[in-house]
Design a protein around this ligand. Structure first.
Ligand code: TXA
Ligand code: MG
Length: 312
């Protein structure tokens, strides 16, 4: 087990915006300050994910979770029954929720859990802020259940790897969504469905995207700005707001990154789309984004946001 000093040092690095790998009872997590857009963007860059999947926010106790999201009665029941433990709850974000919109991948919901590994809990308390953590493996590789697995692929991308031994559960947390009234099982995981149903006293709907591992971004099609998007635009046309990038940025106040930095662009993408949308403009023209590194995920997201709307 890591010494208390090492945990404190790792927490400090996290507060400075760096990435820290830490053990949980399910798998090792690749942690970042959940309130720091740039740090969250680094997580996607380190994982090499071609799309922005929403991330799970980790907190040291249920009260901290209740401060971030709107918990229905059933959601509270599950939280109180299974936390700390391998259960993540997806709930609407509170209006003043400080979690990065990038961590929510632009959705108005947030996934939260309280892990039970003692090192995770000590690290989260020391961090003094919520921590996003996907499994600490590069995209397409299997989830890490020892510190060695993490070292093998992500050593150069993290400020610290806290070694807490082998993960006891070994599969990711069960994910349950509470968005349109009835609780829905979104991912099978460490807590079996029957145990959840016993606590809430009725069956869970099941909408497993683990059945479609190649389309994990599918659920993101729920989010799109009101305005229509025009992509690969080198300049705005009449009536359009312009979202610039790199050398295409001299057309107004909104720029993903004036220097053409893709990590900075990812960090501000959802915030700027929301900001522009809030002005009520009907069309947003978006500068060309290079299709490399995080640019792939940014373009994936922009293409979904620009896709023809389902009017139903
Ligand atoms: O056990 C775990 O949950 C591990 C450890 C490190 O805590 N973390 C983990 O994170 O598995 P990740 O990023 O590999 O998986 C997050 C899952 C994805 O299936 C994602 O779609 C879902 O949580 N998720 C996160 N936020 C969501 C949201 N707002 N709505 C729907 N699903 C969400
Ligand atoms: Mg994963």
């Amino acid at each position: 087990m890591p010494a208390s000093n090492d945990i404190q040092a790792a927490a400090l690095a996290l507060r400075e915006g760096k990435l820290v790998a830490f053990p949980t009872e399910t798998v090792y997590g690749l942690g970042a300050d959940a309130t720091n857009d740039k740090a969250v963007a680094l997580v996607y860059a380190a994982k090499g994910r071609p799309a922005f999947n929403p991330l799970i926010t980790h907190v040291p106790h249920a009260e901290a979770a209740f401060a971030l999201g709107e918990f229905s009665e059933d959601a509270r029941k599950l939280a109180l029954a299974f936390w700390p433990g391998p259960l993540s709850l997806v709930v609407p974000r509170k209006a003043d929720c400080p979690i990065s919109l990038l961590a929510s991948a632009g959705l108005s919901s947030i996934a939260i859990r309280v892990p039970s590994h003692p090192v995770a809990l000590e690290f989260l308390k020391a961090a003094e802020r919520p921590v996003v953590a996907p499994s600490a493996n590069p995209s397409g590789k299997i989830s890490p259940t020892t510190a060695d697995h993490v070292r093998k692929h992500l050593k150069d991308k993290v400020a610290a790897i806290l070694d807490g031994g082998r993960c006891k559960v070994g599969v990711e947390s069960t994910v349950v969504g509470f968005l349109d009234g009835s609780p829905t099982l979104l991912r099978h995981g460490g807590i079996p469905r029957a145990e959840l149903e016993r606590v809430i006293g009725h069956p869970l709907a099941v909408e497993s995207h683990s059945a479609r591992p190649h389309a994990p971004g599918q659920l993101l099609s729920h989010y799109a700005p009101h305005a229509e998007l025009r992509l690969h635009a080198e300049a705005p046309r009449d009536g359009e707001a312009y979202l610039g990038f790199g050398k295409f940025h001299a057309h107004g106040p909104y720029t993903l990154s004036p220097s053409g930095d893709l990590v900075e662009a990812a960090a501000s993408l959802f915030r700027l789309l929301h900001e522009i949308d809030a002005t009520g403009v009907q069309r947003i023209a978006v500068a060309p984004i290079p299709h490399q590194g995080l640019g792939e995920a940014i373009n994936d997201r922009l293409m979904r946001a620009a896709a023809p709307r389902d009017s139903s």
